[in-house]
Design a protein around this ligand. Structure first.
Ligand code: TRP
Ligand code: ZN
Ligand code: CA
Length: 437
């Protein structure tokens, strides 16, 4: 009796706090729940500043930045110096093609789960005919500025981030093929996605999204849809850039493209603006692919879409290890002989369904547990009875772990512990409860 009174007083004292507190689901244990932060805006001014530098490099080196020419190595040095200064771990991978040394710049952002890598790449070489500012200074500059923004924002993704600038793409994807061929089977399997950006600032632009991997494609498309920009599937040639060797190796790929030598149709001009009957990039592989050969809006949109994809794809964990818990420690007063009360837990970052043995740890303080009916409510509102009432169950408190076969329920969403006190006099409160997947 005195313990019942104590509990009543305690309950009264706690109920005010419980009312004031916002229910908070706290993931516990070694694995943290997945978290996706919004990507920062990528400064198109900074992207264009990189293009100005690449143009200057070409101008100072016989007008191009082609494989085996001084302009290529100068481009490599420019990109690598920026990444080193920002804290990336960079590797200069060398190969030989057509009798000249070629270079890939690989930049790893320290941290994240190296068993789950999100990679973005762009070829840094031009053709010999010109400076290659849209093809492919644009992709190179956009991923460089994205990488620098990863560093300046202090982004700590769940997955590991890797950026790559490829050599000798214009000779047949030589650098990217060399990279993929030199990956071990284990290291290939660790790349969850490769995103390719080759020509993303075309002067008469279209918005093309690669359609190989459905998840990656959706991340890009959803971003453009939210901006009110129509997209089309990239069909100008599936094997025409550095995603091809990754695709061939079975790695999920995606990417963006604003068009090369194909002609913009009237339908495309109607939805994207620009000039129908004219190439997306009339200076493709020509000497006029200079820093004037860029549509700033396309470059800006595509740069922001790249950052969004990288943030989105790297911030979401794969299935957390078995044993990941989500807990709500906010007290909820259970009305005496009254309607049911609920305590929510929001589960995020768990792929697929809940397990066959979902552990539901309950800590309810009560002076006569026989009064209580306890249910687990799944995100879709289906309920699982954990405990029925019983007038003979005279013990106090319910501090136990129930095991529920929840394998038909989607794991992510808001789960609830529903508790009803169905008999007068004895009372209590939900102290805490926890779901372990
Ligand atoms: N660098 C590529 C090339 O010279 C450009 C290109 C053409 C492209 N069509 C493409 C890139 C389609 C990606 C997708 O061929
Ligand atoms: Zn290209
Ligand atoms: Ca009661």
């Amino acid at each position: 009796m005195s313990s019942a009174l104590q509990a009543r007083l305690l309950t009264a004292a706690l109920s005010a706090a419980a009312l004031a507190a916002v229910a908070l689901a706290v993931p516990t244990g070694q694995a943290t729940a997945a978290q996706t932060l919004a990507a920062p805006d990528i400064s198109v001014t900074n992207v264009k500043a990189h293009l100005t530098q690449l143009q200057s490099i070409a101008t100072a080196n016989s007008g191009n930045r082609a494989h085996g020419r001084a302009g290529y190595k100068a481009s490599v040095d420019y990109v690598k110096a920026k990444l080193d200064a920002a804290g990336f771990t960079t590797t200069l991978q060398t190969f030989t093609s057509s009798g000249s040394t070629g270079y890939n710049v690989i930049a790893d952002w320290p941290g994240g789960d190296t068993d789950n890598v999100i990679m973005a790449g762009a070829h840094l070489d031009s053709v010999t005919a010109g400076p290659g500012i849209n093809d492919n200074g644009s992709g190179s500059a956009a991923i460089l500025e994205t990488a620098l923004t990863v560093a300046s924002s202090g982004y700590q993704p769940t997955k590991h981030l890797r950026f790559a600038w490829w050599g000798a793409e214009e000779l047949g994807m030589i650098g990217s093929t060399y990279y993929v061929n030199n990956l071990s089977t284990a290291n290939k399997a660790k790349i969850d996605g490769y995103l390719n950006f080759d020509m993303i600032g075309s002067p008469n632009p279209g918005y093309f999204v690669y359609d190989d991997d459905a998840t990656i494609e959706a991340v890009f498309k959803d971003w453009f849809t939210a901006k009110g920009i129509a997209t089309e599937i990239e069909t100008e040639g599936d094997g025409r850039s550095d995603h091809a060797p990754f695709d061939d190796a079975g790695i999920p790929i995606g990417g963006l493209f604003s068009g090369a030598d194909y002609i913009k149709t009237t339908a495309q001009a109607a939805k994207w603006g620009g000039t129908s009957g004219k190439a997306f990039d009339a200076c493709y592989h020509a000497s006029c692919d200079t820093s004037s050969n860029i549509n700033d809006t396309a470059l800006d949109n595509n740069s922001d879409a790249i950052a969004n994809a990288i943030w989105t794809l790297s911030g979401t964990a794969t299935t957390p290890p078995t044993g990941t818990s989500f807990e709500n420690t906010t007290d909820v007063t259970i009305g005496d002989n009254s309607t049911a009360v609920e305590s929510p837990i929001t589960v995020t970052g768990v792929t697929g369904n809940a397990p066959t043995a979902l552990a539901v740890a309950v800590d309810i303080k009560h002076t006569w547990r026989g009064d209580l009916v306890i249910d687990l409510v799944a995100p879709d509102s289906s309920t699982y009875r954990l405990k029925s009432s019983s007038s003979s169950d005279s013990a106090d408190n319910v501090i136990t772990t129930y095991t529920v076969n929840a394998s038909t329920e989607t794991a992510n969403g808001t789960w609830k512990l529903r508790v009803q006190d169905v008999a007068a006099q004895d009372t209590g409160y939900i102290d805490s409860w926890k779901l372990t997947f």
